[in-house]
Ligand binder design. Sequence first.
Ligand code: HEC
Ligand code: HEC
Length: 317
Amino acid sequence: MKKSFILILLLLPLFFYSFILPRPTRVISTPGSAVDSSINLLAVYGEYIFGRQGCIRCHVLVENTVPGKISLDGLGGKYTNDWHYMHLNEPSMMVPDSRMPSYELLSKRDISFQKLIQLYQQNSGDLVTDSSAIRRQLSDSMQNIINKFYLPDSKKEALATKEIMPLIYWLQQIKPSPAKKISDSIRIESANRQYANKLYLWKKWMNDHKSEFYQTANSRQKKILEKGARLFQRYCTTCHNKQAQGLIGPNLTDVYWLNGNRIEDLANTIRFGHNAMPAWELVLSPEDISQLIAYIRSLKGSNPANAKVPQGVILSD
Ligand code: HEC
Ligand code: HEC
């Protein structure tokens, strides 16, 4: 009886310490200890830079909340990491006449560990006494995002400690708000409807050889050929060459054709593309395409110098 009483007396302080005294905040002290993985260090730091740089002067994060401000709602995944990198360094390189200021500075400035640890403590309630686990976690997540850039390796290495990286990482996490999801689905629906209308018109033109489309494509009028030539110089010469004599794509001035030479064949190749030939339906209007066809047809027998070897089969008109 006496023995157990002494035992209880001995254990009492321990009991008191572990249940009654307030518990100290969790302390990260051993080098091997883990960082609270629910806290995304890069995102937390990225959000901090967004605030510190005053991006919010011109931007909102939820669509349609402040008129005149540019919404970044649902931005994540809209562009590549490299796009953001270029845009933040030199906005006008990615958006002609952009009014956004350059944030070149962020590619030069190192991430502040002191700030990062402060942000971590605020978010987790943990007290950090040893920052090595945080450093390790940061460099691991940094490696992950750096691998998603197409920049040359030397450039990536130089950026691995810079503030621009967590900012880009955070921008890529901005998910669409419910309102944005609805407005996107309405936009997609109306785009689909427009496309269905367009398909209907194409069908109508293709079935009617007296349609405006056919008349233009068949035309030899100087004005139409000039318009076609201008479009050709703008969009087609990288592959078909200046006089359409062929380069990556075939010579369009000879009698050899891979995909047919009737107006509907040319229209289909240009609209939908074929092999390495890109589709132009979403870039060019039907009017553009009919002018291009007229121009291509007018080149028959023009015998340009350095013509590419014939491809396809001989087709007379
Ligand atoms: C003085 C106003 C201004 C400030 C400050 C500003 N931006 Fe912009 N931002 C713009 C304008 C204007 C555009 C639209 C033109 C463009 O894309 O460059 C834009 C576009 C963007 C886009 C592309 C949006 C899209 O959907 O195409 C991103 C991303 C962006 N800004 C990020 C930022 C970040 C990050 C900051 C802070 C570091 C910032 N901006 C600060 C004016 C600003
Ligand atoms: C990225 C390179 C590229 C561009 C740009 C390009 N083409 Fe082509 N084009 C090709 C290739 C490659 C082919 C051969 C396709 C195949 O293998 O059937 C081709 C085929 C064609 C044909 C069919 C030729 C045949 O023998 O049947 C036409 C017509 C044509 N292109 C017109 C155009 C027009 C008009 C433009 C500009 C609006 C254009 N192309 C832009 C690469 C290109």
